[in-house]
Structures are given as structure tokens and as C-alpha cells.
Design a protein around this ligand. Structure first.
Ligand code: COA
Length: 259
């Protein structure tokens, strides 16, 4: 598929999506959100792809936020619609994918940019990364899930402070808060993500999909423990489970069919 605002690369089991509007610091406009949705959907349905890495083009930004020029004149109704459609099309969509998504934060991740990174399953940052939710400095609040996912990841008090002050934190503080899992140099960022992706891709894609579902269930208005029990039971009906247990008992490496 051809895209104008993103680049998609497939290398063995890894699909990499690069948001490619460097002159606008990769700000998310309507077209980018739609193209990201389409690219994530295409990679999710490609059985060869086991992990997706999401990053930004250039050395300065992952994503500097939603494109402010697009919503500056919006009405109350249009504002509500923007958040609802964006959450459905991209942010919730990414969070609920069966394929693991790693955010490679290569610079500024602000507003919708941090919200997108938080919708990914985990985050790795380069040492020049600066992240925050500056929306209240524009007279608006985070609308792509930021008021929910930030407290989930770093705790309510820290999230309140970060949102209210509209300030940015550097990569070290983000690491210390548990917002990102690792910090590395910009040159090593993608290779570290690829190393992790390669480790993940050796495991059962079906079981990983169920694990994502069970973990996410605990953060919704549902009983996470019941969701885990249900997903755990379902694993026993999969070919991946047969292969994983047979390989272990026969002292060989598993070769998961992904079914
Ligand atoms: N929406 C639209 N355009 C954006 C943008 C955004 N969220 N963030 C950056 N840009 C554009 C700038 O308008 C500028 O475009 P121009 O060259 O046509 O004027 C270009 O990207 C480069 O940004 P600039 O501000 O000149 O870079 P900088 O290095 O001086 O500052 C930031 C970098 C990230 C601190 C600054 O761009 C910024 O504060 N961006 C907005 C962050 C924000 O509030 N995000 C939340 C939105 S809800």
C-alpha cells in the first residue's frame, strides 16, 4: 500500500512503521491517523509479522502532538468527534492489537505523540527524548487516552503533576517513572528494539495475543482475573500450545505455527 505520511518496512518477522512528517515534527493530522490505522491493520493481518516497531522520522521527534493547525477552529461537537474518532481508529486500536507494538521514542513525544507511545505495548527511548502532555497550555486536555494511560503507567500523582504543569520530562526521568523500559543512544534505538522484537518473535504469537488481551482487561471496567482465566483456557486449544509443550518435553526449540 502507498502512504504519504508514513513509511512501512517489513524485515523478516518485524514490521516497522515510521511517521514521516519531519518538517512538522511528525505531528498527527487526520491523514496520518488514517494511514497509521491502515498500516497497523495490514501488519496485524500479515502472519509473517510477529512484532511491530513504531518510530518517527528524523532525529528530533517521535511525534510532537496532534496537528494543532487542524483543530484550532473546532467547535465543541467537532472537538468531541476528533477525540472519539482518533481513539477508536488509532489509540485503542493499537492497544488492542494481538501483535506486540514497541514505541521507539526518538525525540519529542508530546501530547498525542506521548499518547500514541502509551497506546503501544511498551516503550524504549533514545537519550535525547523529551516527553509530556502539554495540552492544558493550549487550553485543552489530552483527548487520545492520555488522562487514562499516563496514571496507569506512572501513578496518579505524577500524572496529575505532569498534566497540570504541561511540562516535559527527559528520558532518564521517564525511565525512572517506568514510562519507558530502556534508554539508549539514538544510533542504538532501533537495534535495541529489534533485539527485543527478535526475542518476542521466538514465542507463541497466539499466546502473546491472549496475554495482551488479559493484561489490557485489568485496565478496563472488566474483571482482569476472569479475562486471564478465559484466555488461559483458550491457549489449550491452540496448535502453538501443542508445539510449545511438545518441544519442551522433547528438548528441542519450539517452532510455533501461530495458530
Ligand atoms: N502541530 C502542528 N505543527 C507542529 C506541532 C504540532 N503539534 N509541533 C510542531 N509543529 C511544527 C511547527 O509549527 C513548525 O512548523 P513551521 O516550520 O511550518 O513553522 C515545525 O513543526 C517545527 O517546530 P518548531 O516549533 O519550529 O520547533 P522547535 O524545535 O522550536 O520546538 C517543540 C519544538 C516540540 C517544543 C514545539 O514544536 C512545540 O511546542 N510543539 C507543540 C507541542 C504541543 O503542544 N503538542 C501537543 C498538541 S495537542
Amino acid at each position: 500500500m502507498n502512504y504519504d505520511t508514513i513509511l512501512v518496512e517489513e524485515k523478516k518477522a518485524i514490521g516497522t512503521i515510521t511517521i514521516n512528517r519531519p518538517k512538522k515534527l511528525n505531528a498527527l493530522n487526520r491523514q496520518t491517523i488514517q494511514e497509521l490505522h491502515d498500516a497497523f491493520e495490514a501488519l496485524e493481518t500479515n502472519k509473517a509479522i510477529k512484532v511491530i516497531i513504531l518510530t518517527g522520522s528524523g532525529e528530533k521527534a517521535f511525534v510532537a502532538g496532534a496537528d494543532i493547525s487542524e483543530f484550532a477552529d473546532f467547535t465543541v461537537e467537532e472537538g468531541g468527534k476528533l477525540a472519539a474518532e482518533g481513539q477508536k481508529l488509532l489509540f485503542d486500536f493499537v492497544e488492542n492489537l494481538k501483535t506486540p507494538v514497541i514505541a521507539a521514542i526518538n525525540g519529542f513525544a508530546l501530547g498525542g505523540g506521548l499518547e500514541l507511545a502509551m497506546a503501544c505495548h511498551f516503550r524504549i527511548a533514545s537519550d535525547n527524548a523529551r516527553v509530556g502532555l502539554p495540552e492544558v497550555s493550549l487550553g485543552v486536555i489530552p483527548g487520545y487516552g492520555g488522562t487514562q494511560r499516563l496514571p496507569q503507567l506512572i501513578g496518579k500523582g505524577r500524572a496529575m503533576e505532569l498534566i497540570m504543569t504541561a511540562s516535559m520530562i527527559d528520558a532518564e526521568r521517564a525511565l525512572n517513572y517506568g514510562l519507558v523500559n530502556h534508554v539508549t543512544s539514538q544510533e542504538n534505538l532501533v537495534s535495541l528494539c529489534e533485539d527485543l522484537a527478535n526475542k518476542i518473535s521466538k514465542n507463541s504469537p497466539v499466546a502473546i495475543g491472549y496475554a495482551i488481551k488479559a493484561v489490557n482487561a485489568g485496565f478496563k471496567n472488566t474483571d482482569g482475573y476472569s479475562a486471564e482465566i478465559k484466555a488461559f483456557g483458550k491457549c489449550f486449544g491452540t496448535s502453538d500450545f501443542k508445539e510449545g509443550t511438545t518441544a519442551f518435553l522433547n528438548k528441542r526449540t519450539a517452532d510455533f505455527p501461530g495458530e
